[in-house]
Design a protein around this ligand. Structure first.
Ligand code: F6R
Length: 607
């Protein structure tokens, strides 16, 4: 996950920026760079590898510049290399960027026609050229950045400097966080508060669509062409809270991280409305030859596989089975060389998943979905698709799960595309929905306070049922798992249609039923009739839905929480968010150790 730090002030920009980037190291990165503006000239220094490599380049040149921008990059779009590291420069400007520019190939073509030449493989360099062109066309830098953002589709946080205007840093934000810190005679800009906490506790947080011009004595922010004032806040975090990004628990932080993690997981994987996986070795012939997929995993990752089964069968037309790693490793399995084994694991160190993979890896094709670069699993398979969730500290998995779903969805789209099952316009429509995901997750998170109130109503219940149908049945399992592992309350996930085959006997007024109710017509009606069965037994219903039929749902449910609808395929991701928050607050009200629940470990390296 990339990091951003910018500085204007009385101290040496180089030192402030390097120390800020150091505070963001925990996010993971593979290269770094700084642009410093001094005496009307911009000097860009970049290095592959750790910040130490970048620092070495400054050993003999201590800059006195009082303005600069710096970046740590985690490669997803173009290899990790010095050339691909940010800042990128074009003409008068240098720019850094977190996010994805979805239409970068179209923009690149237009810019090439104007004679622009590109040195890197990144989408960021396109933004630098666009900005430079707008300035060349006569716009003031601030107006030029506004014009640039109008042309760019995707998510971004941009910081840009212009050598002709050495007194300002330009900033734009859309779906990727940016905070501005200030103290007397200094301004700081960062992707995360911990980067600037050593210098100031006074901050303002930019909102989506904001374009800002930061000068030593002023902060100008516009949104949609209108001047706006963003509220200032004082951050009183101790060092541990700072590590948690100001949240009380890592779990809550990681639930919020999902907005950015979903941007990062898709970054570099959509080009010209097509799905591309440049880091895997998977030819069209290979995609066409697969006649069966076997997915293996444990716990939350296993739930991701259950959702992905729908993706592979529907979008790629490949029969798919899902097994627990701990079961799969000990059973006989007839496979062929056209079988694709997909182990899924956040840590890449889960012993059962490693052993299950090894049990057939020589006989089949293998591709892992994993969050940790260089993990044992990544070394046991032919190909890896990394989720870009960043480090997950809380034992209960949150952002790893939603990014697994996203990565698996993208891979199913890729297979459907390469096998000729999905046509161009379907792919276009589906990848556009994926691009809307970060903003939709951010929208779903806005229900936090209401979910906290629901948790307060139900936290003393001793048993919960979670029900769902179709693609959201695994989400019921995941919601129940989240609740039981952190609150120690008994919770069971069931397909809604199965209740009457036994579990209905357990339903009474003391057993809340959480239902995941999708907009999809057929399943909506069917699930609603299952809810009537619950209501008739006095069960209290908590509905999570992306359907607009709130009145109808409220006629049976005690509480309804809505999430945005972007597509039926992506509903499982959005429906997960309120379930995570519900489990989190029920655990908080019960006073459990949310991040380190009893008897559990983050990485299960024993059998
Ligand atoms: C639940 C949870 C576990 C893990 C499982 C697999 O919140 O975190 O169920 O999902 O232990 O771990 P990985 O994905 O690291 O293989």
């Amino acid at each position: 996950m990339c990091g951003i730090v910018g500085y204007i002030g009385e101290n040496k920009a180089q030192e402030v920026i390097l120390s800020g980037l150091q505070k963001l190291e925990y996010r993971g990165y593979d290269s770094a760079g700084i642009a410093l503006l001094e005496n009307g000239e911009i000097t860009v220094t970049r290095a592959q590898g750790k910040l130490e490599e970048l620092k070495k380049k400054f050993t003999n040149t201590k800059s006195k510049a009082s303005l600069g921008i710096g970046h740590t990059r985690w490669a997803t779009h173009g290899r990790p290399s010095e050339t691909n590291a940010h800042p990128h420069s074009a003409g008068r400007v240098s720019l850094i960027h977190n996010g994805i520019i979805e239409n970068y190939l179209e923009l690149k073509e237009e810019l090439e026609k104007l004679g622009c030449e590109f040195k890197s493989e990144t989408d960021t360099e396109i933004a630098a050229h666009l900005l430079n062109q707008e300035i060349k066309n006569g716009l003031e830098p601030f107006e030029a950045l506004k014009a640039t953002c109008k042309k760019v589709r995707g998510s971004y946080a941009f910081l840009a400097i212009d050598k002709e205007n050495p007194d300002r840093i330009l900033v734009a934000k859309n779906s990727t966080p940016i905070v501005i810190g200030f103290s007397e005679n200094q301004k700081f800009i960062a992707s995360d508060i911990p980067a600037i906490l050593n210098y100031t506790k006074e901050v303002l947080i930019l909102e989506d669509g904001d374009i800002a011009e930061i000068m030593l004595d002023s902060i100008k922010v516009e949104n949609d062409g209108v001047l706006v004032t963003r509220k200032t806040q004082t951050i009183n975090w101790d060092p541990v809270t700072a590590q948690k990004g100001g949240y009380k628990h890592f779990m809550l932080k990681e639930i919020y991280d999902q907005v950015e993690a979903s941007v990062d997981t898709v970054r570099g994987r959509i080009k010209n409305s097509k799905v591309v996986f440049s880091n895997i070795d998977f030819s069209v012939e290979e995609a066409k030859s697969i006649d069966r997929i076997i997915m293996i995993a444990c716990g939350t990752a296993w739930h991701a596989c259950l959702v992905a089964k729908y993706y592979f069968e529907t979008l790629a037309g490949i029969p798919c089975e899902v097994d627990y790693s701990s079961e799969f490793r000990y059973r006989d399995k007839p496979v062929s060389k056209n079988t694709l084994l997909i182990p899924v694991s956040q840590s890449g160190e889960t012993l059962d998943t490693l052993a299950a993979t090894e049990s057939i890896s020589k006989l089949v094709k293998t591709l892992a979905i994993c969050n940790v670069l260089g993990s044992s699993l990544s070394r046991k398979v032919e190909n890896v698709i990394y989720t870009q969730a960043g480090p997950e500290i809380s034992v209960a998995s949150t952002k790893a799960f939603t990014t697994q779903l996203e990565a698996l969805y993208m891979f199913a789209l890729f297979l459907g595309q390469e096998r000729g099952i999905l046509n161009k316009s379907t792919i276009h429509e589906k990848v556009n929905a994926v691009i809307k995901l970060p903003a939709a997750i951010a929208e779903a998170l806005k229900d936090e306070e209401a979910i906290k109130k629901t948790a307060k109503l139900f936290y003393q219940s001793q048993d919960f049922f979670y029900i769902g149908r179709g693609i959201c049945f695994p989400i019921a399992l995941e919601g129940a798992l989240k609740l039981k592992e952190i609150s120690y309350i008994h919770a069971e996930g069931y397909p809604a249609g199965e209740l009457k085959h036994g579990p209905l006997a357990l339903i009474d007024e003391d057993v809340p039923v959480v239902v995941i109710l999708q907009k999809s017509d057929v399943l909506f009606e069917k699930t609603l009739s299952n809810l009537k069965e619950v209501e008739a037994r006095g069960g209290k219903i908590i509905a999570i839905t992306d359907s607009p039929k709130i009145d109808l749902i409220s006629s049976v449910a005690s509480v309804v929480h809505s999430v945005p609808f972007i597509s039926g395929d992506l509903s499982p991701i959005l429906m997960t968010v309120p379930l995570q928050l519900l489990a989190y607050y029920i655990a908080v009200f019960n006073g459990t150790d949310v991040d380190l629940p009893r008897n559990l470990a983050k990485s299960v390296t024993v059998e």
